[in-house]
Ligand binder design. Structure first.
Ligand SMILES: [Zn+2]
Length: 451
């Protein structure tokens, strides 16, 4: 053989080997790329009886998405959705699509051919898959993920951020709330607060009940209206045993509440909440100011009360510099508004008492002064206070441990959430949003934290 041809052969052989190695490398890289998402899924979202088969980037409804085909593991039995036990297979249905957490801006879908089982107890039933509940299109993990973000953003913002619809975000939050309500504990509740919240425009109300124990404050229950029937429904929900174990109940002076609390939580000390009494006083001042302002103008006097609202409502120490100046000017006039303001300021000293007996003496004197003041809205307040005196004094008997801050804080948070939810219009949405924001509900357990 010629040395030249030997050399050529060696070169050819070398080139062949090189290209074979390259081909192998490319193939390995390709399968490696395909494996990667599968590997991650198997790490964070693994199910014993199912296998992630293919992962592809493909088109669906005009957008590029990641599609993951899921198949049952060999020899694994399907679970009956009726009774949650394994059952022999019957047939297969069409492929279903389940949406999972999006990845790098691509929506992710699991594709799975649902099986039907022939269950001994339930008959022919669709199987129960572990990544989704019932007919839900979203996987449980994805619902939890959306609900987590819905605590921080509005539902609309969540929908926009994750390329999904408002309805899907709502259904995710609803699922998580329903799970939480079914799995929460109602043990150890010793103190509750009952409050009414204006809802929607007009005079629609909701009744809300909170747990206000020091170590656990949360929303317990919501009901439509603020009737006797509403509050009875709350105690029905709580159950007679738990109701009788209550030690403290805070509420406002709404008559149906007072009546039903005395009847069904009869072992509890009923405290009229300080926050509501202050609110009632402020409302009276507002009324006096508004009617006096109108009268001054009608009688041709200088409108000194114009823009005085905050001066009269705020505590003195909270006034801004300019408000303090206008308060000083106002105080020079012998106006009803001013006298009402001074009475309100005096009332604050009441809360500083420690002994219920001394507090009572102070309250009596204050009421007498108000009754002589000839200021009708204030007299109305004094009458209400007299009527509920013993419940108001219970605040001192409870050693002031239920500061107005607890109920007031929850009340503010409720108002914020309902305001955000005005767009929803339906009671169901409001209910779900409130439980989600204030219920401190438990969430389904996850083996991996996705957020
Ligand atoms: Zn069954």
């Amino acid at each position: 053989m010629q040395p030249g041809s030997q050399k050529r052969e060696r070169i050819q052989e070398h080139l062949l080997r090189e290209s074979a190695i390259n081909l192998l490398r490319t193939r390995k890289r390709q399968t490696g790329q395909q494996m990667l998402i599968k590997t991650i899924l198997n790490k964070c979202h693994k199910f014993k009886s199912f296998v992630y088969q293919h992962v592809v980037l493909t088109w669906y409804c005009g957008e590029e998405i990641i599609e993951v085909t899921v198949v049952p593991r060999k020899n694994s039995k399907a679970i009956c959705s009726g009774c949650n036990t394994t059952a022999p297979g019957y047939d297969s249905l069409n492929e279903r699509r389940f949406e999972f957490i999006p990845l790098w801006g691509y929506r992710v879908f699991f594709l799975y051919v649902m099986r039907r089982v022939n269950c001994k107890t339930c008959g022919i039933k669709v199987e129960q898959v572990p990544w989704a509940k019932g007919k839900k299109e979203l996987t449980t993990t994805y619902m939890q993920y959306l609900a987590f973000w819905a605590e921080k953003l509005s539902w609309q913002e969540v929908a926009r951020s994750f390329k999904t619809s408002w309805e899907k975000v709502f259904s995710a939050v609803e699922y998580i709330v329903e799970f939480g309500l079914a799995n929460r504990s109602l043990e150890g509740i010793t103190a509750i607060g009952v409050d009414e919240v204006a809802w929607q425009k007009g005079h629609a109300y909701l009744t809300v009940a909170y747990q206000i124990d020091r170590e656990n404050t949360r929303l317990l229950w919501i009901g439509r209206d603020r009737t006797e029937n509403t509050i009875r429904r709350f105690f029905e929900f709580l159950g007679p045993e738990r109701s009788l174990r209550l030690e403290h109940v805070c509420s406002d002076m709404w008559r149906p509440y007072v009546k039903v609390i005395a009847e069904l939580a009869c072992n509890a000390l009923h405290i009229l909440d300080r926050f509501h009494i202050v609110a009632m006083l402020n409302k009276a001042i507002d009324e006096v100011r508004a009617s006096e302002h109108k009268k001054l103008i009608a009688d041709g006097y200088e409108p000194v009360l114009k823009k005085s609202r905050w001066c009269l409502l705020k505590r003195k120490q909270n006034l801004t510099a300019s408000q303090a100046v206008s308060l000083k000017t106002l105080l020079q006039y012998n106006l009803k508004s001013v006298r009402a303001y001074l009475l309100k300021e005096d009332f604050h000293a009441f809360w500083d008492y420690v002994s219920p007996a001394w507090a009572e003496t102070y309250l009596d004197k204050w009421c007498t002064r108000v009754m002589r003041s000839k200021i009708e809205p204030m007299k109305k307040v004094a009458k209400t206070i007299r009527r509920h005196k013993s419940l108001i004094l219970n605040w001192f008997r409870a050693k002031k441990q239920f500061s107005s801050g607890i109920v007031e804080g929850l009340n503010t948070k409720i108002k914020l959430t309902t305001r955000k939810s005005y767009g929803f219009r339906t009671y169901r949405c409001t209910e779900i949003a409130l439980y989600h924001a204030l219920g401190k509900l438990p969430t389904p357990e996850m083996t991996h934290r996705f957020y």
